[in-house]
Ligand binder design. Structure first.
Ligand SMILES: [Zn+2]
Ligand SMILES: [Zn+2]
Length: 355
């Protein structure tokens, strides 16, 4: 198996909770430039897999290799066929795409939060809706036409990566609890994102990552996402988490000190919001904000950068920090219009509390 250069990142590892559950961390190459983890958990006679990789490239083979490593580590054979449950943290393909492969191999009961259920069970419909919204959004964001087509072509690849799959239960319907697992709904990075607590260990999916701030995209594209929901969910998690020894994320290193990491993520967003306010003392489009924040980026990063910039601009605009300077153009056009934002107040005239 191909292992990245870092010594601890993306290697097989084992953990144990204070309640005696065993956890095996399975590294998977989910896309050419992206690695992720699934977690195999043995608890109370159940065999549970948290997230499944993308189903793309080597991802499924890496899950199989992970089960072999887990069997050696546990001193007993653990097969995919033996899984009792598969818990999906959120409806992004690098976390649920492996379900197509796993569904053929196991009768494990598959769970996801209500708000991401449709992504799994009506995949084709969700991709079509998202593509339509994205088309209009890229115009409004001021992305030039030649670049827009490239971004949409990349987005359309999603259609080929997965298809609808049956789900057996949803978390709210189960009272956000399954055996010893407790779930908390943390909307923001994805509409139906949950974090999952087992004894003194938290599985954070992409809600909290150790090295980078989790990706944000505007609620304009998908209801229940957006930076406002995300920051609210960080606060919810902080209250709910209690005494944890470790947080295991969908990517990156384990997080030993969750409150410190939450503070770091919050600060990174506050810094970014201030930078944007400063830049928007002159009117600019979201594409120009993206270029100011992230420079010139290529490939799929172009879409990620435009979404990240747009999430922050949307947050500021929703809360009255920004106005649109070309309202007359919005009024005189039926279709989407390139939108220019400007800061309403001088952000440095007073002490700002952005988040
Ligand atoms: Zn995600
Ligand atoms: Zn992810």
């Amino acid at each position: 198996m191909e292992i990245p250069s870092s010594k601890t990142l993306y290697t097989f590892q084992t953990f144990e909770t204070n309640g005696g559950a065993r956890i095996f961390r399975i590294p998977m190459k989910v896309f050419p430039d992206l690695w992720a983890y699934a977690y195999l958990v043995l608890v109370d006679g159940s065999i549970v897999l948290i997230d499944t990789g993308s189903g793309f490239g080597d991802s499924n083979a890496h899950i199989e290799a992970g089960f072999e490593q887990a069997s050696r580590a546990a001193g007993r054979t653990i097969r995919i066929e033996d899984l009792t449950h598969i818990l999906i943290t959120h409806g992004h393909i690098d976390h649920f795409g492996g379900l197509i492969f796993l569904r053929e191999r196991t009768n494990a009961s598959i769970g996801i939060h209500e708000l991401d259920l449709g992504i799994l069970t009506s995949y084709e419909e969700r991709v079509a809706i998202a593509e339509n919204r994205l088309k209009a959004y890229l115009v409004e964001a001021g992305v030039p036409e030649d670049k827009r087509e490239g971004i949409l072509d990349m987005y359309r690849l999603n259609k080929m990566l997965s298809h609808s799959v049956r789900v057996d239960f949803t978390y709210e319907a189960k009272g956000m609890r399954l055996g010893s697992f407790d779930m908390l709904h943390v909307a923001g990075h994805c509409a139906g994102h949950v974090v999952i607590r087992l004894h003194n260990i938290l599985f954070s999916g992409d809600h909290v990552l150790g090295r980078i701030t989790p990706h944000q995209s505007p609620e304009r594209l998908t209801l229940y996402t957006g930076l406002g929901h995300y920051l609210d969910s960080l606060a919810l998690l902080e209250k709910w988490a209690g005494d944890l020894s470790l947080t295991l994320a969908g990517h990156d290193d384990p997080i030993p000190n969750l409150p410190a990491r939450l503070a770091g993520i919050r600060q990174a967003h506050a810094d970014r919001l201030k930078l944007i306010l400063e830049f928007l003392t002159e009117p600019h489009t979201i594409a120009e904000v993206s270029e100011e924040l992230f420079g010139s980026v290529n490939g799929y990063d172009t879409l990620l950068a435009i979404e990240e910039a747009g999430a922050h601009v949307e947050y500021l605009h929703q809360r009255g920090w920004l106005c649109i300077v070309n309202v007359d153009e919005l009024e005189s056009n039926d279709g989407p219009v390139v939108t220019r934002y400007r800061c309403i107040n001088d952000p440095f005239a007073k002490e700002v509390k952005l988040i």
